[in-house]
Ligand binder design. Structure first.
Ligand code: ADP
Length: 516
């Protein structure tokens, strides 16, 4: 149905056209269309409608032109007012108008915007935020899971480490060098604790260290920090109860923290005590050997020399008597003198035979590797040298020819030379350096025992190998004499010199044997 509206009905009732449209729309059984946009909202569906705003605008233009004095003919009639399809969306829905049939440019009135149209921006922003949040939550969950897995793996490996450490009776430590803190009592407790992961100021590590070993530990730690090399040291720890324990510590500088050392420590007291005992036993044995050799030598000398001496004495007394009487029988006197010379030769022979004791002794000669013997001897003396703060260094020539020698005897020479060197360095405040070097030239193999001790007075250099010559209060002066006779028995030589930079050097030369 189409209506322009009415002013009066058949019953002569008067309306504004819009009112009539309202009444008709309410009563109509079909959709109503109209040409006036003012009818939108009365219940009509819509129609092609000119806009009153455009109409007013064109009228105003014409009036303005007339008022400006333009001739009416020139003003002319208004152009055709453009019309637009306008639809009351509610009525179109009510009458079931197919939206596809509504022209695309139509103005739709009373159309509720969809949620999307009304809140497009907010929806987009909210969705973006939600997406971002979901992404973040997922990432966090994944991270948390991987962290948990890492933490579990770490815990498991730490447990294994602790187990292994406990089984090996190892304790871990962390030392902060340069950190100063209070609480020495606490540190003392910590140092003795079996598992100690809390960093500890190195100052307090030193406080709990046996005083005689502090300088060595400090030096070793300083070196490890400066060079990045591994710290490997054995030292004594003073426990709060006064007990002294031996600790073997190994460590390294922590990555990213150049003033912290991390490492493990092992209580090696039992092993040390056993080693020490062995060293003492060896020292006692060495002493006993020397004493017994000296004893045997003097007994043998006394026994063997007594007879020729007694004969010489008897002959000399007889000669004295003869010279006292007036009548001197020259033939007798000659005989007495001959006897004295013979007995003297006998005594000299005894002494020669005694000095050749080692040549006839039960020395077991076999091809031996001097480098190996040196390593073995240093291992025997490890603890003794450690206690005496002597740092042995070796400079052993590779592929050293073997020498034919007595293992026990040559070891005795090495022991004597090394211990003499350690004695000579007793007064050293600075580092006590002992170097053992080997070399081979031609058919001669040499080893040197070099120290940085007190050295030997120039006048004494010629005496050091003499039997019973010593400068030590408790010395016997037999060590080097024995060394000399052992080396002589090996057809070698031994010499003593002073180093230019201080200390003494003993050089032993031996003829090289056939390879073992
Ligand atoms: P002892 O050790 O009983 O004195 P030795 O025959 O072994 O007997 O040594 C004799 C002396 O030689 C020592 O007392 C010492 O004066 C000197 N001597 C030995 N080795 C060294 C050394 N490395 N440095 C300085 N003096 C030494």
């Amino acid at each position: 149905m189409f209506t322009p509206g009415y002013f009066r009905d058949a019953a002569d009732r008067v309306f504004a056209p819009r009112e009539s449209a309202v009444l008709m729309a309410a009563a109509s059984g079909a959709p109503i269309y109209s040409p006036f946009s003012t009818f939108i909202g009365t219940g009509i569906v819509g129609g092609r409608m000119p806009t009153y705003i455009e109409m007013g605008r064109q009228a105003a233009k014409a009036v303005n032109a007339l008022l400006d004095g333009t001739a009416p003919a020139a003003v002319g009639l208004p152009t055709r007012i453009p019309a637009e399809v306008q639809i009351d969306w509610r009525q179109a829905r009510r009458w079931g108008v197919d939206p596809n049939n509504i022209p695309s440019g139509a103005i739709l009135h009373f159309k509720e915007p969809s949620f999307w149209e009304a809140h497009r921006d907010a929806v987009i922003i909210t969705a973006a935020v939600l997406l971002l949040q979901a992404g973040l939550i997922t990432a966090l969950l994944i991270e948390r899971q991987s962290r948990r897995r890492t933490a579990m793996a770490l815990e498991a490996s730490q447990k294994q480490m602790n187990l292994a450490a406990r089984a090996a009776r190892l304790s871990t430590w962390a030392w902060d060098v340069g950190r100063i803190e209070n609480g020495a009592a606490e540190s003392l407790r910590q140092h003795a604790a079996p598992q100690n992961d809390q960093p500890m100021a190195f100052e307090h590590v030193l406080e709990t260290t046996y005083p005689a070993d502090r300088a060595d530990l400090e030096r070793a730690v300083g070196k490890a920090l400066a060079t990045g090399e591994e710290l490997d040291i054995e030292y004594r720890v003073l426990r709060p109860d006064g007990d002294v324990r031996w600790v073997a510590a190994r460590g390294r500088v922590e990555k990213g923290n150049a003033s912290r050392l991390l490492g493990v420590a092992l209580d090696v007291t039992e092993r040390k005590v056993a080693n020490l005992q062995a060293a003492q036993d060896r020292a006692a044995l060495r002493h006993m050997t020397r004493v017994s050799i000296a004893g045997q030598l003097s007994a043998a000398i006394a026994h063997q020399i007594n007879q020729p001496l007694a004969a010489i004495l008897g002959n000399a007394e007889a000669a004295q008597k003869m010279l006292a009487s007036k009548m001197v029988d020259l033939a007798d006197l000659r005989e007495i003198c001959d006897d004295i010379v013979t007995e003297e030769h006998r005594a000299a022979e005894v002494i020669r035979r005694l000095s050749a004791l080692y040549k006839r002794g039960d020395m077991k000669v076999a091809p031996l590797d001097l480098n190996e013997l040196i390593r073995e001897t240093l291992e025997l003396l490890r603890t003794e040298l450690l206690i005496r703060h002597v740092a042995p260094l070796t400079d052993l020539a590779p592929a050293l020819p073997v020498v034919d020698g007595g293992h026990v005897q040559l070891q005795q020479v090495l022991l004597n030379l090394i211990l003499n060197a350690a004695d000579a360095m007793n007064g050293n405040v600075e580092e006590r350096k002992l170097t053992i070097r080997t070399e081979a030239t031609g058919a001669v193999v040499r080893f040197y025992v070099v120290d940085n001790g007190c050295g030997i007075a120039a006048d004494d250099l010629k005496n050091v190998f003499d039997a019973f010559w010593t400068t030590k209060a408790a010395g016997m002066g037999m060590g080097l004499a024995i060394c000399k006779s052992i080396i002589a028995a090996h057809h070698g030589s031994i010499t003593a010199t002073n180093n230019v930079e201080g200390g003494a050097a003993f050089c032993v030369s031996l003829p090289s044997g056939k390879p073992a």
